[in-house]
Design a protein around this ligand. Structure first.
Ligand SMILES: [Zn+2]
Length: 158
């Protein structure tokens, strides 16, 4: 099982929050949409829409590709999932852990390897800078586009 007991206890609340968000959009929390939500919660690290579809079908085999593509913006909109744009023709997604600590990501521009890193210092910095302007931070992110060690080696050989 995953995480601390308290995190597990909060899980139904999160699903309820997602259902409430869907209702706010004038939509119904159908079995299929909730299966996509569950699938996203069950995925660790970065994934594509197709990987989410595969996972969702393990939960409910009536989930269609269209449902996944229509549900993803809802997941992103309510903050359950983050969209990671690596500037390619496909988008990656990352399920938010709900943890407060700031995360940064390093993305290799060549092979699209994504390395999430904890960056508590950045969180502090963002808060300090915002406070200076009388602002309350809502979210912040740092994305570093880079070239990974493997790709550097490959290019050095070429
Ligand atoms: Zn690379």
């Amino acid at each position: 099982m995953k995480g601390k007991p308290s995190a597990v206890a909060r899980e139904p609340d999160r699903a309820e929050a997602f259902r409430a968000y869907i209702a706010q959009q004038g939509l119904r929390g159908t079995r299929q949409r909730m299966a996509v939500y569950e699938a996203a919660r069950g995925l660790a690290g970065h994934y594509t829409a197709d990987e989410l579809l595969r996972k969702a079908r393990q939960i409910d085999d009536t989930v269609s590709r269209a449902t996944v593509y229509r549900t993803l913006p809802l997941l992103v909109g309510c903050g359950a999932v983050r969209e990671v744009d690596v500037g390619r023709d496909h988008t990656y997604y990352l399920t938010e852990s709900g943890g407060a600590s700031f995360r940064a990501q390093l993305i290799c521009e060549r092979c699209e390897t994504i390395i999430p890193v904890e960056a508590p210092f950045m969180e502090w910095y963002g808060k300090a800078v915002a406070a200076k302007h009388g602002m309350r931070p809502v979210s912040q992110r740092l994305q570093v586009n880079a070239i990974c060690a493997d790709c550097q080696k490959r290019e050095a050989r070429a």
